[in-house]
Design a protein around this ligand. Structure first.
Ligand code: ADP
Ligand code: MG
Length: 355
């Protein structure tokens, strides 16, 4: 009798072990690779069975990102001497001189940028270059310019003077001194292109994180939603909310990413094209949508706009959700996030659930 019980126990343990083993073997392997690209740390994680296939997919995704970077960079990458001039550099050099033939994808980016310039009533403007330069963002001596200097350089910021000729596929900045800056769009666009490269290589599960521009493919390795945290802009290490997502992009523009301090004030690198000064309506704007390129554009554009305006525009955009932390410490988000968001109640903010 006793022996029989023991045999049963033994068999059960064996069965459990085999079951566990089967589950373990079913779990896909992870392949991860990081690179410094487009002035930020990019990390790509993919899941599957065959490491060699995963490695090849990721290497193609990075090749695509480098290709977009080479087309859109405004300066040669650090440490390189021989570099081919990017389309953006050529457009800038020929400002006020003549139209420049550009790559198909650059042209597409400029057309999309124009659409969002219109949609956001000018809050999103890729001709912001002259004022960015004046503030010294991107360089090693950022500083607060004189009001007169800002006013003068604003005369060279005007998306309507970026002439796009679809037939000839040319771009032309109408005035000498104008300057294109695709900093708000290139990274997201490249992230989306990289994800498409992964898909072409048969990848079904992936996460790309390009300096906070996040794009997930499929579900996570445990066949569950990916969980993406939204940082508390007021508290390092704090998480304000967690999103549960699949097949989506999440991009945050915050005033705590890139900024400098002067006279006890913080100046962040997203400028209001109307004033030439850093935008102050929001401290962090997260956009959730399918496409990483669109999410990148909208997070920057919405950062500039008044919260009420952001919600109004987002509502009209199919499949676009937004989570805002306003300058007056309110948390607002679109109804589409309900059921996909878990608030962590960090206590620094007033939650406004009526939205
Ligand atoms: P990050 O590059 O840190 O992820 P964003 O995507 O918000 O942040 O892009 C900020 C960049 O966008 C700036 O560094 C600048 O190149 C550009 N930019 C700043 N203000 C504007 C604006 N109002 N419209 C379009 N581009 C902008
Ligand atoms: Mg952006």
């Amino acid at each position: 009798m006793k022996n029989r019980a023991l045999i049963w126990v033994f068999l059960s343990v064996l069965l459990l072990g085999a079951f566990g083993m089967a589950l373990y073997l079913r779990r896909p392997v992870e392949y991860r690779s990081d690179q410094f690209l487009m002035d930020t740390l990019v990390s790509i994680k993919v899941y599957g069975r065959d490491t060699e296939k995963l490695r090849k997919a990721v290497s193609e995704a990075y090749a695509e990102m480098h290709r977009i970077a080479d087309l859109t960079d405004r300066f040669p990458a650090k440490g390189t001497t021989a570099y081919t001039e990017s389309d953006v550099c050529r457009i800038n050099e020929m400002a006020g001189v003549r139209p420049v033939l550009v790559d198909k994808e650059v042209f597409a980016m400029l057309e999309v940028a124009r659409n969002y310039y219109d949609l956001t009533e000018g809050a999103f403007d890729v001709t912001i270059g002259p004022v960015m330069r004046l503030w010294g963002f991107g360089g090693n001596n950022p500083h607060v310019p004189l009001a007169g200097e800002i006013k003068d350089s604003l005369a060279f910021v005007d998306n309507t003077q970026l002439v796009l000729n679809r037939k000839a596929r040319t771009a032309f900045l109408g005035k000498v001194g104008m300057n294109l800056d695709l900093g708000a769009i290139a990274k997201g666009y490249a992230t989306e292109i990289a994800l498409q490269a992964l898909k072409r290589n048969g990848i079904k599960k992936a996460l790309i994180d390009a300096g906070g521009n996040i794009r997930v493919l499929g579900t996570n390795s445990g066949n569950d939603f990916w969980r993406v945290g939204i940082k508390n802009p007021l508290r390092t290490g704090g998480i304000l909310a967690v999103l549960s997502l699949k097949d989506s992009a999440v991009v945050t523009s915050g005033d705590y990413y890139r900024y400098f301090e002067s006279g006890g004030r913080r100046y962040n690198h997203i400028l209001n094209p109307g004033t030439g000064y850093p935008a102050t309506e929001n401290v962090s704007v997260t956009v959730v949508t399918k496409d990483a390129g669109l999410a990148d554009i909208l997070s920057t554009a919405f950062f500039v706009l008044k919260p009420e305006k952001v919600l109004e525009i987002a509502k009209k955009q199919e499949g676009v959700d937004v989570f805002l932390v306003t300058a007056d410490k309110r948390i607002l988000y679109t109804p589409g996030l309900q059921g996909r968001i878990e608030l962590r109640g960090e206590g620094d903010f007033r939650n406004d659930p009526s939205r």
